[in-house]
Design a binder for this molecule. Sequence first.
Ligand SMILES: *Cc1c(COP(=O)(O)O)cnc(C)c1O
Length: 421
Amino acid sequence: MSSETFYGPDFALLSQQDPDIAAVLLSELTRQQTNLQLIASENFTSRAVLAALGSTLSNKYAEGYPGKRYYGGCEEVDKAEVIAIDRAKSLFGAEHANVQPHSGASANVAIYQAFTKPGDTVLAMSLSHGGHLTHGSPVNFSGKWFNVESYGVRQDNELIDYDELRDIAIRTKPKMICSGATAYPSLIDFAKVRAICDEVGAIMWVDAAHFIGLVAGKAIPSPVPYADVVSFTTHKVLRGPRGGMILAKAEHAAAIDKSVFPGMQGGPIMSAVAGKAIALAECATPAYQKYAKDVIVNAKALAAALEGEGMRAVSGGTQTHLALMDIRSTGVTGKVADERCGLAGIVMNKNSIPYDPEKPGITSGIRVGTPATTTQGMGVTEMKTIASFIARAIKTDDANTLAAIKSEVHALTARFPIYTA
Ligand SMILES: *Cc1c(COP(=O)(O)O)cnc(C)c1O
């Protein structure tokens, strides 16, 4: 496949008009193809989704909702949004879906606005134990405008401490309790969280950004039957376009829709809405369900192989698409490991581990995920190879050794081409 073929006939036009940006498109495609993409929140969306993103739907203003727009000429884009909403409701068994949020963070802004007022108390997972910026970070609107209390994981098993969660909920009486994280490798007990929410009269919000694709593929249990509201991104395991989405119980439908528009956003990105519809249909296929299961099988294999290299899997392993590895035994910090792996063509991220003695900019851990490599068709054998690449890269600061690993990485990734079909 030549990159020109991949980007289609309009690429020649772009190359002529703007060679600077055309060159970026080409070299980014090469970067994605030749390196190992282990960032747990990334994936390779389908060519069909990319086609929608590059379409004329991008030109259309469609403030409002299907049938109730503020602009004329929405009859075609309305169809795309109705299809996306219907597919979301059917795939997840949800009573209501809003497909307009531009991103996961935007979806979360809409949820705060729908259920709370500035100054209210919200209870969410501690950032240092895997929570997201929008769960109360002092540099984020959530931490600036709300009183965010946090719960964490137990020190002994690194699993969510539901007793502590309940105690804090009873003491602080939050309006809303958030479950979901960016670096939690285990499953969340949604029934337990629901019971706590009922006990204290809190809205149950699940931020499923990371794992919703596994739910879509029926590989792990769904939060939808339990939660009042579920927010997520569409570009992580779910493998759709960059964007966000909200599912809710029917009783919250009006509040959510009002909060997204006009409460938080202007016009939706209709090319992305069409891309979301395409991805949701892809997620309903047996092929995607197999993919979702394979992502977890691969993550377990990668975590086990890294343990075989002397690292420690936080929470005792993974039940999802990502593993958080405590790498203190290697004598290298997360920051250095991240840099060395980068030089070896392995793209992943440093990550704090629970009760991390290192600062967030340094860390004692790395986070690795399998959504992208699994989309490429890699399996357990490749996960073992990848673990050995990581272990070798972490342990050396020799540029020649890192370059040698990089050429082995290139040989591996060349066998699993992206965007051929
Ligand atoms: C990725 C993520 C988000 C934010 O998504 P963006 O699209 O980057 O804004 C929010 N919450 C959680 C838990 C996430 O993992």
